[in-house]
Design a protein around this ligand. Structure first.
Ligand SMILES: Cc1ncc(COP(=O)(O)O)c(C=O)c1O
Length: 409
């Protein structure tokens, strides 16, 4: 069903026409709305709290939070003030500002696994640096990666193999998430050459139900890394600071050697971090990683303000409370309307897929019905809540979903 004419989209359409001439494919990557059913806006004008306005003035409650970075709500005043103050003094300077040290200290104080921190810009920078540090520290080559897991858009791990050579992946070996036997088999296959296992805190692959890590699986990853003297890399880029401020596997009692962070760390400012333990400190000091903008001081100041506010405000409990209200409300509605919707993963990072909906026909219809009622959802990527999603906004979402289910049923 094409609902593309149900919202005003003239400005969006004009921008897309211009983009088609000067941007390959009109848009690249995960934000290309050609990946979504027709009717989604590509371009946005502004955002505030849990709300988003497109270039045609349509207003949405945003359940994507920029695919994760926005955790305190768009344009959080405390974060914006900290970033603006630093930017006025200097941002991209000839060296870092004091906020770099302050942020590293804050991360080491917050994350029990971490003795040090380094910074970059994107999650892919952080995961790639973790792998480089693990190889440097162990003097080995092989990296075990869960099949289907996303660790970034660079040749060793990109989900597309277009433009990637076999050599780029020569030392990457796959296992099945939450499957201890397959992990053990993969480790045996590379015995003597295992540098690292890289794993996300839970299975949040797109286009499928999410799966929490079983405590047995998390412990097996730790045991296998210990017995092979390899690094356990926790890729907390997507889940980081939404499940547990101390690191997403801390509640399971499993500590990584290296962790990759980005997305929510600075409430939308571009920043990534690698944190690590004493064992990998020397390797981290020996590798050569850098980028022209990696020391940008405004993003560091934004991250300090973000982490302080997350710690001071009971942020995780607040996102969980809103997430539970959303999950329970939607479950009741789906049942009442007789629609087979399955909700998986942590409530603050919900995935909603219809059972047996392999081609997302029901999912696409649902998100379009919701979109035209002022709520921005995604048909097959996990969504994200922020602390700005209060009960009133969740209830607004539930009004839209109820009407959407009704239209579908
Ligand atoms: C688990 C995970 N790792 C790494 C990345 C890569 O981060 P970025 O897109 O900032 O390079 C992502 C991005 O979605 C991610 O979800």
């Amino acid at each position: 069903m094409d609902l593309s004419n149900s919202l005003p989209m003239a400005n969006d359409t004009r921008l897309r026409e211009r983009a088609a001439k000067v941007i390959p494919g009109g848009m690249w990557g995960h934000m290309n709305v050609a990946r979504l059913p027709a009717g989604y806006p590509q371009y946005f004008d502004r955002a505030s709290g849990c709300r988003l306005w497109d270039v045609d003035g349509n207003e949405y409650i945003d359940l994507m939070c920029s695919f994760g970075p926005v955790i305190l709500g768009h344009n959080d005043p405390d974060v914006e003030r900290a970033a603006a103050e630093q930017r006025q003094r200097g941002d991209a300077m000839t060296g870092p500002a004091a906020s770099l040290v302050e942020l590293a200290e804050l991360l080491v104080e917050t994350l029990p696994h971490a003795d040090w921190a380094m910074f970059a810009k994107n999650g892919s920078d952080a995961t790639t640096s973790c792998v480089t540090i693990a190889r440097a520290g162990t003097q080995r080559r092989k990296v075990l990666v869960a099949a289907g897991a996303y660790h970034g858009a660079v040749p060793w791990c990109s989900p597309s193999v277009v433009g990637v050579t076999a050599e780029d992946r020569a030392h990457v070996v796959q296992f099945e998430y939450n499957d201890i036997e397959s992990l053990e088999a993969a480790a045996r296959k590379v015995e003597g050459d295992l540098a690292a296992v890289i794993v996300t805190p839970f299975r949040h692959d797109t286009r499928r139900d999410q799966e929490l890590a079983t405590p047995e699986f998390a412990k097996a990853v730790r045991r296998i890394c210990d017995s092979a003297d390899a690094a356990l890399i926790l890729d907390d880029v997507r889940a980081g600071f939404r499940l547990a401020l101390e690191g997403s596997w801390e509640p399971l009692g499993v500590r990584p050697d290296l962790s990759a962070w980005s997305k929510a760390i600075a409430n939308g400012y571009p920043l990534a971090a690698v944190t690590g333990n004493e064992r990998f400190r020397q390797a981290a000091s020996q590798i050569y990683v850098t980028g022209s903008f990696w020391c940008g001081a405004a993003a560091m100041a934004a991250a300090v303000a973000t982490l302080r506010k997350l710690k001071a405000s009971g942020a995780i409990a607040s996102m969980e409370a809103s997430g539970n209200r959303l999950r329970e409300g939607i479950a009741e509605q789906a049942q009442r309307h007789g629609l087979p919707l399955k909700q998986t993963g942590p409530v603050q990072m919900p995935q909603m897929l219809f059972e047996g909906d392999g081609e997302f026909k029901l999912g696409n219809r649902f998100v379009l019905e919701v979109l035209r009622r002022g709520v921005y959802m995604h048909p097959w990527h996990n969504m994200f809540l922020s602390t700005a999603h209060d009960f009133a906004s969740i209830d607004r979402v539930l009004e839209a979903t109820d009407a959407a289910f009704q239209a579908m049923a």
